[in-house]
Design a protein around this ligand. Structure first.
Ligand SMILES: C[S@@+](CC[C@H](N)C(=O)[O-])C[C@H]1O[C@@H](n2cnc3c(N)ncnc32)[C@H](O)[C@@H]1O
Length: 447
């Protein structure tokens, strides 16, 4: 079947599988915060030597990027920084108390919103408050920065705190697209930050790009990718634009007619992907590209690459604690998500309670499916001890016929063309989705 036909056939609403079960399928009514405490403590008892990952959500942005699907709070008032940081530090102390000690941290990621909305001084206070004076190089630290407000001071302060990885949100350099999505940065700004970061000692610079944005054209995207290739970031995330206006009303600032869809969107993906591969980038998992010198590429080859709520990471930790508004934590056998508004989050923590709003306790079946989905997402392959269950085999039949997957008696292997349809392959294993088909659209389109 031609690529375009495959696209038409498989471009259905599909989860991104940063977790299994996916958030809309969590059984919140079977979850109590006490269960989360217990499961987290049990998991920590077993895994404390392996260290934990920490995600800190910093939600503030000075202006609304209309395409954005993340949890954000738009304000120009920087007085919000200090109380927010105090609250996150208080939340961290609650976790330290719950675990009975300061856990060993293996990975810290500052995400947003815009972490560089915060002054370098406030980020310093936040990280010192969490890590104490420990700035050992054993923690893999990364942050997301907006090219428009990432300063040398941010880069230097975070570098002193052990940060070696930086991710810049670019999306597209085309001024027409930037106007449509209300997000502006020039290649010169990005170049300057990249050069400064490397001079300071950052080892890996990532750029986020998106295909399928309103007003995007093949010529503009080609120019953007050319500029990007010239700057040679170590990693590139080339995301499919997720259009979810029922969740993100900001996306109603443009109309559906403005968004490239179907063949047009696929052509953008194909062009961008081809240019990146020709420039020496390797395709890694879903949406990601890396130079062979980057640690993510090395981990994808050694089989250590992992996927969690933060996306792909080069190492696996059994426990992820998410601090801040809307953050999700994962102790391996349970998920918990914080309140989604800054006010609700701060109120709970300041009342000395974790700000957990919902969660899910994973069943044995969930754990099994989760591992298979993770294997497919990170290694394009999974194997079963028994024969592959007939319901999964049945759901995979069309994908086998279209040569997107190869099915052995005990294994599923994604073929090179199948990589574009990774989300569709994972859906075949998503038992909760098949048991209860959504009545309304929950996820963005697969491609
Ligand atoms: C939370 S944003 C951080 C960007 C950073 N705050 C900045 O402004 O540069 C993380 C990334 O998610 C991606 N993203 C956000 N909304 C998206 C959407 N609707 N579809 C696809 N990717 C999206 C963008 O590539 C973005 O850079």
């Amino acid at each position: 079947m031609e690529a375009i036909e495959l696209l038409k056939k498989y471009n259905v609403a599909a989860p991104r599988y940063t977790s299994y079960p996916t958030v809309p399928y969590w059984e919140n009514d079977l979850f109590a915060e006490q269960d989360w405490h217990e499961r987290l403590r049990n998991s920590y008892e077993v895994h404390h030597n392996e260290g934990i990952s920490l995600y800190i959500h910093l939600p503030f942005c000075e202006s609304l990027c209309t395409y954005c699907g993340c949890n954000t709070r738009i304000t120009k008032n920087h007085k919000v920084e200090e109380p927010y940081i105090e609250t996150v530090l208080k939340e961290w102390q609650m976790y330290v108390d719950l675990l009975g000690e300061q856990p060993k941290i293996k990975e810290i990621h500052l995400g947003g919103g815009t972490p560089t909305f915060f002054s370098a001084e406030n980020l310093n206070r936040l990280l010192k408050g969490i890590r104490g004076e420990d700035v050992s190089n054993t923690i893999e630290c990364s942050f997301e920065g907006h090219p428009d407000n990432t300063t040398v001071e941010h880069l230097q302060t975070l570098s002193h705190l052990g940060f070696k990885r930086l991710s810049l949100g670019i999306q597209d350099f085309d001024p027409r697209v930037q106007f449509m999505i209300n997000r502006f940065q020039t290649p010169e700004q990005v170049k300057q930050i990249t050069v400064q970061a490397r001079a300071i000692g950052y080892e890996s610079v990532n750029y986020d790009l998106i295909y399928g944005l309103p007003g995007q054209h093949i010529e503009g995207l080609t120019e953007t990718i050319k500029e990007v290739i010239e700057l040679k970031p170590d990693r590139i995330a080339f995301y499919s634009y997720a259009h979810v206006p029922w969740l993100k009303p900001g996306q109603r600032h443009f109309t559906e007619q403005d968004i490239p869809q179907g063949d047009e969107k696929f052509a953008l993906y194909k062009k961008g992907r081809m240019m990146l591969l020709e420039a020496g980038y390797e395709e890694i998992g879903m949406d990601h590209f890396a130079l062979t010198s980057d640690s993510l590429y090395a981990s994808s080859i050694s089989g250590e690459m992992h996927r969690n709520f933060m996306g792909y990471t080069s190492q696996r930790t059994p426990i992820l604690i998410g601090l801040g508004v809307s953050s999700i934590s994962d102790c391996g056998t349970a998920f918990a998500q914080n309140a989604k508004t800054v006010e609700a989050y701060q109120l709970q923590i300041n009342n000395n309670k974790l700000a957990i709003e919902k969660g899910h306790l994973l069943t044995n079946k969930d754990l099994e499916i989760r591992q298979h989905i993770l294997n497919l997402m990170c290694r394009n392959h999974t194997s079963f001890n028994e024969k592959i269950p007939s319901d999964i085999e049945h759901r995979l039949k069309p994908l086998i016929k279209d040569k997107l997957v190869y099915l052995g008696e005990h294994e599923i292997e994604i073929t090179p063309i199948g990589k574009t349809f990774l989300r569709n392959v994972c859906m075949a294993l998503d038992e909760r989705l098949w048991l209860k088909q959504p009545q309304t659209q929950l996820f963005s389109a697969a491609i």
